[in-house]
Design a protein around this ligand. Structure first.
Ligand code: AMP
Ligand code: MG
Length: 251
C-alpha cells in the first residue's frame, strides 16, 4: 500500500459538485432523522488525516442539515492522565454511538498507531499488537449493530503548507495554529508510512477505509457525503410502528 500512488485531488466541476453535495447533505439530514426515529441502528463515522486535512470542515459541511439531537462529534485530543492510566480503547469505547445515534470521531483510536508510533510514545512491541485489537473491537461494534465508516482525508504536503500558512496569516484562523504543527509536518514521511500500515491492516469488510482526495474541499465534501448517503440508505431504516390511532381525534 503506497499513499503516493493515491491522488490528493479529484476532478470535478465546482458549481455542479457543490449543487450535488447540497442534495446529498439534505438527504443525510432526512436519513439522520429516520435513524433517530427508528432508534435501532448505530452509526459511527471516523475521520482521520494530517493537520489541516479538513476534519473539522467535513463535519461542518456534511452534517449541516442534521439535528444536534441524535448527533455527537467527539474530538480525541492528547489523552489525559486518567485516560493514560487505562488501555487506549477505554476512552474510545465510552463514546461509541448508542441506538439511533450518529457519532463522528474527529481523530480516534487510530492515533494510538499513528502519533503514538511516530513519536515512539510506547514501544513497537506494544503498538504492533494494536491493529488486531482495533479490528476485533470494530468487529464487535459491527456485530452489535454499528455501521462504521472510516475516511482518510488525503492531502498533499504542498496543500498542507498552504493551509498552515493561511492559518498563520488569517487572524480568524490563527487560534488553530500550534507550534507543534510544524514539528509534525517535518515528520510527514513517517506519518505517511504509519497511515499506509493503518489502511493496509485495518480496512475490513465490517469497517472499511475510504481514501478521500482532499486537496479540493468541495470534492472532499462531495465524496464523503456520497459515501455516507450510500451507507445510510443501505440500512433500509423504517419509521417505527406508530401507536394505534384508529378513531383518535384531536379536539
Ligand atoms: P487537533 O486535532 O488539532 O485538536 O489536535 C489534537 C492532538 O491530539 C493531535 O496532535 C493528536 O495527534 C493528539 N492526539 C490525539 N490522540 C492522541 C493519542 N492517543 N496519543 C497522543 N496524542 C494524541
Ligand atoms: Mg491542530
Amino acid at each position: 500500500m503506497r499513499l503516493a500512488g493515491h491522488p490528493t485531488t479529484a476532478e470535478g466541476d465546482k458549481a455542479r459538485t457543490v449543487e450535488r453535495t447540497a442534495k446529498l447533505v439534505d438527504r443525510i439530514g432526512e436519513l439522520q432523522e429516520l435513524l433517530y426515529a427508528e432508534h435501532e441502528r448505530k452509526v459511527l463515522i471516523i475521520l482521520q488525516g494530517m493537520d489541516t486535512s479538513g476534519k473539522d470542515g467535513t463535519v461542518r459541511k456534511v452534517l449541516r442539515e442534521t439535528s444536534p439531537q441524535g448527533v455527537r462529534v467527539v474530538s480525541f485530543k492528547k489523552p489525559s492522565e486518567v485516560e493514560l492510566d487505562h488501555d487506549y480503547l477505554w476512552r474510545v469505547h465510552a463514546q461509541v454511538p448508542g441506538r439511533g445515534e450518529l457519532v463522528v470521531f474527529n481523530r480516534s483510536h487510530y492515533e494510538d498507531v499513528l502519533v503514538v508510533r511516530v513519536h515512539s510514545l510506547v514501544p513497537k512491541i506494544v503498538w504492533k499488537k494494536r491493529y488486531d485489537h482495533i479490528n476485533a473491537f470494530e468487529r464487535m461494534l459491527a456485530d452489535e449493530g454499528t455501521t462504521i465508516l472510516k475516511f482518510f482525508l488525503h492531502i498533499s504536503r504542498e496543500e498542507q503548507r498552504e493551509r498552515l500558512q493561511a492559518r498563520l496569516d488569517d487572524p480568524t484562523k490563527r487560534w488553530k495554529f500550534e507550534h507543534g504543527d510544524l514539528a509534525e509536518r517535518r515528520l510527514w514521511d513517517d506519518y505517511m508510512r504509519a497511515y499506509e500500515e493503518v489502511l493496509e491492516k485495518t480496512s475490513t469488510d465490517w469497517a472499511p477505509w475510504t481514501i478521500v482526495p482532499a486537496d479540493r474541499k468541495f470534492m472532499r465534501d462531495f465524496l464523503v457525503a456520497g459515501a455516507v448517503v450510500k451507507a445510510l440508505e443501505k440500512l433500509k431504516m423504517q419509521y417505527p410502528d406508530p401507536p394505534d390511532v384508529e378513531g383518535v381525534i384531536v379536539e
